[in-house]
Design a protein around this ligand. Structure first.
Ligand SMILES: [Ca+2]
Ligand SMILES: [Ca+2]
Ligand SMILES: [Ca+2]
Length: 495
């Protein structure tokens, strides 16, 4: 086996931002001043709502051991929000100047396929065959109010045609937000995210599932009425899968999930370079849109990579890459140098750090325009188990609070330093692997991986991060194998 020195070097961190601004125009009503004012207010509201999500990703690292590289070239790449579309609200016809033929039928508004997606699911878990959840994601770019074409809501159904969950009419799923459906008999991740709706009828392993714009069932469960579907290659009913389906899974009761790709590399451990997306991918081909993760890096027939389930519900933090931005802790030195990155060679095998750790430090700025009451980061791309030789095997861990001295960055010092002028000392909050240590769920005894989340526990409703304020965060990565590495995260925050 090749001997590796464990000196990480060369690094890159670039913050890539591409913003897309889409403005929808509201109809102008010119009859009366009062109506003009209302129209102007409506136009402003629509404009605000339709500011498209800006996509930002951090290239946190790409490093090589065994050599000290010169400061790396930033890896640049365009980002695009390929899954999003802007849906303008339907304007009520209350300002019509005359009435059309009363007898004319009005076609019902049928929500389009892709507006809502099944973004993550599993049909079994550590608590057995009923340890199931199905996560729905609002991909429309605007808040979505549930309005079924028939029945009392939208339906999550399995390929037996039986409704498992109804998302009730009038439910508002925020733009980029989620809705969580789970089997209450054995769902084991309620400490991570409680279900918004529950059911008790098991869904068989590898069966297809779909989301429809009604819960009437029968002929109303049709392709035309379907938002999205995901099933395995062994699912016979094409209504309940997209493409040929994901590879059939050997059923083990492990802590697994199928997760929609949010980076654009379909869960590849070895594909380096920037992510091309940062929201769930939907090419209507389950096999490439989803990848398999579990907390032991198990090979169960549908791909193998260390990671964790991450169910999200109506109250979960929402991706805020565009408004919570990252900066180097100290921009006067390279991103591969302390205090921006610190390599510790101390071997601690019991903490998944046989070859030591890598600490990555960043300052995050709240530009959301409001208090942030919850902040966490989701790993959407990482080199981890089972990384082949030449690629680092990284295990995101819970980081402790730390202090960094000798900061010469005037912005960091002004925002967070003591004193507020250079040189200053700053405190770093440790990003906490959600689940993982301490018997939490999902337990990640091997450390985190794909789809794991890391929280900043000091930001709460009672102690929010004010608009314009900064917080310094330390990410800690255990190293089980040295080599080239990458780490991309999405910012998730409330509100
Ligand atoms: Ca099941
Ligand atoms: Ca789809
Ligand atoms: Ca999720």
């Amino acid at each position: 086996m090749r001997q590796r020195s464990s000196r990480f070097s060369a690094i890159v961190l670039s913050l890539l931002v591409l913003s897309i601004l889409v403005v929808t125009a509201a109809p102008a009503f010119a009859r009366k001043p009062k109506k003009r004012k209302a129209a102007a207010e409506e136009a402003e509201r629509l404009k605000r709502e339709s500011e498209a999500r800006i996509v930002a990703l951090y290239q946190m690292a790409m490093a090589r051991t065994n050599q000290i590289a010169t400061p790396s070239q930033p890896v640049n790449g365009a980002m695009n929000d390929s899954g999003a579309s802007i849906v303008a609200p339907v304007t009520p016809a209350t300002n019509a100047q005359f009435l059309a033929d009363d007898a004319a039928s009005v076609a019902p508004v049928v929500p389009a396929a892709g507006t809502l997606l099944i973004s993550e699911f599993r049909l079994r878990g550590p608590s057995g065959a009923n340890d199931e959840f199905i996560e729905i994601y609002n991909n429309s770019g605007a808040d979505h109010t549930v309005a079924a074409i028939s029945g009392s809501g939208y339906a999550v159904a399995a390929s037996d045609g039986v409704v498992r969950c109804t998302i009730p009419n009038a439910t508002v799923i925020p733009a980029g937000g989620h809705y969580l459906c789970a089997n209450s008999i054995a769902y084991s991740l309620s400490t991570y995210a409680t279900a918004d709706a529950t059911y008790t009828t098991d869904i068989p392993d590898n069966a297809g599932i779909a989301l429809f714009n009604n819960n009437s069932g029968g002929a109303s469960f049709s392709l035309a009425n379907r938002f999205d579907a995901v099933g395995s290659t062994s699912e016979a009913n094409t209504l309940y899968r997209e493409g040929t389906g994901y590879p059939t899974l050997t059923p083990f009761s492990i802590n697994y999930a199928f997760v929609r790709d949010e980076c654009g590399k379909s869960g590849s451990i070895t594909t380096m370079g920037p992510c091309t997306i940062s929201t769930p991918k939907d090419t209507d081909n389950n096999a490439v849109d989803f990848y398999f993760v579990d907390t032991n890096g198990t090979s169960a027939g549908a791909g193998q990579r260390l990671g964790a389930p991450g169910p999200q519900n109506l109250a979960s933090p929402i991706q805020r890459n565009s408004t919570i931005t990252a900066a180097l802790l100290d921009s006067t030195v390279s991103q591969s140098s302390p205090p921006n990155r610190v390599r510790d060679f101390t071997s601690v095998p019991a903490q998944n750090s046989t070859f030591g750790t890598l600490s990555i430090r960043r300052r995050f700025v709240n530009n959301t325009g409001a208090n942030v009451t919850r902040l966490r980061f989701r790993v959407i791309d990482v080199t981890t188990f089972p990384a082949p030789s030449g690629f680092a095997d990284l295990r995101p861990r819970t980081a402790a609070t730390a202090v960094a001295a000798g900061i010469n960055d005037p912005v960091t010092c002004l925002a967070t330093g003591a004193p507020t002028t250079t040189p200053c000392i700053v405190t770093l909050q440790g990003a906490d692997l959600e689940g993982g240590e301490g018997g939490e769920n999902p337990s990640q005894p091997n450390g985190g991986g794909f789809n794991s989340s890391l929280a900043v526990g000091t930001i709460t409703l009672g102690t929010p991060l004010a608009n314009g304020a900064s917080i310094n965060v330390q990410f800690l990565l255990g190293i089980q194998q040295t080599g080239n590495f990458k780490l991309y995260v999405n910012v998730e925050a409330l509100p």
